[in-house]
Design a protein around this ligand. Structure first.
Ligand code: TXA
Ligand code: MG
Length: 314
């Protein structure tokens, strides 16, 4: 049997059974593909850390069907409720105080007393949540530190035949969800993503704060999302040895994230194009990307992909 499963009735049934059996599964979401496991099964969650080579201090996002399911796991602040009403299902993760009696594996939150929660908009992810009947955790389905997968083939590139993937086609957003910590008085973005700061402030009705030391996303290491090839950013010309990733019609580019200069299209192509350029030898130069709207999330990922490959910061 192929390791890429069709997301039809029998595929979804097999997928739900696989999760219920404590096994891992590649799952499509609108942002990137996730490596899913039963969020209530301690051994299954442990297998995620092992399979990804993920540091144990880096907690996981719990994927739920809807607000009611989130309410059983965490204390929803008024600000969080507003954001859920506005953006769920969708590419927004909320970090909230975990309920002491939450039915969730201990390893999910990596020792923190908060939980990161998101309701994915992808119809296949929603159908799987329905069929499975419980929340699943899903970090991006890549080996730790590497580029996130945005189609089923990328997941196979990462884990080979160890993890089957439910096929949901290419991801539409292409960068991971925006993560927001919402306390009683202020809210802060821990990871920029498809939902922008402006959109969040418009719903909350007040400006966002800077993240305080205690509530950063432990996974935001300096080096992350990295191809094997070295990356050079804001390149307005290229050297002979370099391949050029363009934006907005860059003349002479090997690939262009969006010839028309559309940031949504550029985000959707980002990881797939980096993977394609990484498949041929030599460094990669990337054209400047405007630092506005979705460009903030794209530049965040590119900066980390270009960072020196040191050990993760604790
Ligand atoms: O779009 C997404 O969010 C994708 C798809 C698959 O849903 N998932 C994803 O997961 O990007 P992952 O594990 O690659 O990134 C999760 C990030 C990490 O930086 C982690 O540190 C942070 O979320 N995180 C998880 N729980 C947290 C918590 N309780 N407090 C602060 N940060 C948290
Ligand atoms: Mg990731």
């Amino acid at each position: 049997m192929s390791h890429i499963w069709k997301a039809n009735k029998s595929g979804l049934h097999a997928a739900a059974q696989r999760l219920a059996g404590g096994h891992l599964l590649g799952v499509p979401t609108e942002t990137v593909y996730g490596l899913a496991a039963d969020a209530t099964n301690e051994n299954a969650v442990a297998a995620i850390y092992e399979t990804k080579g993920r540091p144990r201090f880096n907690p996981l996002i719990v994927h739920v069907r809807a607000v009611e399911d989130a309410d059983r796991l965490a204390h929803l602040t008024p600000g969080a409720k507003k954001l859920m009403d506005a953006f769920w299902p969708g590419p927004l993760t909320l970090v909230l105080a975990k309920r002491p009696d939450a039915e969730i594996a201990q390893l999910v939150s990596a020792g923190l007393d908060t939980l990161a929660l998101r309701s994915p908009a992808h119809p296949v992810a929603q159908a799987l949540l329905d069929a499975f009947g419980r929340p699943f955790v899903a970090p991006s389905a890549n080996r730790s530190g590497r580029m996130s997968p945005t189609c089923a083939d990328h997941v196979i590139e990462e884990f080979g035949d160890r993890v089957p993937v439910l096929d949901g086609g290419p991801c539409t957003a292409g960068v991971e969800s925006t993560i927001v910590a919402v306390g009683p008085e202020h809210a802060a973005i821990l990871r920029p993503g498809p939902i922008t700061a402006g959109q969040i402030e418009a719903i909350l009705g007040h400006p966002l704060s800077q993240p305080t030391k205690g509530i950063q996303a432990p996974g935001m290491m300096t080096s992350h999302y990295a191809p094997n090839a070295p990356l050079r950013l804001n390149a307005t010309s290229v050297k002979d040895t370099e391949r050029w990733l363009g934006f907005g019609g860059t003349k002479g580019a090997d690939l262009d994230l969006s010839p028309s200069g559309n940031l949504t299209e550029a985000a959707a192509h980002l990881f797939a194009y980096l993977r394609r350029l990484d498949a041929t030898p030599g460094p990669i130069a990337v054209a400047p990307i405007p630092h506005e709207g979705l460009g903030i999330a794209i530049n965040d990922r590119l900066t980390r992909a270009a960072a020196p490959r040191e050990a993760p910061r604790k």
